[in-house]
Write a protein that binds this ligand. Structure first.
Ligand code: HEC
Length: 143
């Protein structure tokens, strides 16, 4: 009887230990490799919210935003140049300032945009490449 209890204890500990390892591995790869999410949280979430929902008529929502589907080719330039002046969207009119993020590299833009596209795009997503981002940046409108 006593022996059985010990055996049970060992089995349960082993199962728990393995479970914990899996959890830790998952958790580390979630936070460690997900640069796009980190970039979003560090640079965009303060206005557009951690879940991209925006804020009233001040900051537009990025969820199902056309910039993540039909207008995605304009997104790298928008981020690099910021937005000023009144904009009219399907969701309403906004007239605040979005600062330009001039120092983002094309690699960072790729990570950031891929993250937002995977999470919030309304259309099925195509995988972006560094080349595509570079091309889009080459055709930024002049400020
Ligand atoms: C200081 C606040 C602020 C930060 C930080 C910010 N934005 Fe914005 N963003 C705005 C505002 C305000 C607008 C709307 C501009 C206006 O009112 O003219 C906007 C507009 C946008 C739009 C266009 C939305 C539409 O429907 O037309 C996109 C896309 C966007 N931001 C993405 C981003 C991303 C990506 C980041 C991070 C790199 C970011 N923003 C960081 C305030 C911010």
């Amino acid at each position: 009887m006593k022996n059985n209890n010990i055996r049970l204890f060992i089995v349960l500990s082993a199962v728990g230990g393995i479970g914990l390892l899996f959890y830790a591995k998952q958790h580390i790869s979630d936070t460690g490799s997900n640069t796009g999410n980190s970039l979003y949280l560090a640079h965009c979430a303060s206005c557009h919210g951690p879940l991209g929902k925006g804020l009233r008529n001040l900051y537009p929502s990025l969820r199902k935003n056309p910039y993540l589907s039909t207008k995605i080719s304009e997104l790298p330039c928008l981020i690099r140049q910021g937005v000023k002046g009144k904009i009219i969207t399907e969701k309403g009119t906004y007239n605040q300032l979005m600062p330009p993020f001039k120092t983002f590299t094309s690699a960072e833009l790729l990570q950031l945009i891929s993250f937002m596209q995977q999470c919030w795009s309304s259309s099925s997503t195509t995988e972006l490449t560094p080349n595509v981002i570079e091309q889009w940046l080459d055709s930024c409108p002049h400020e």
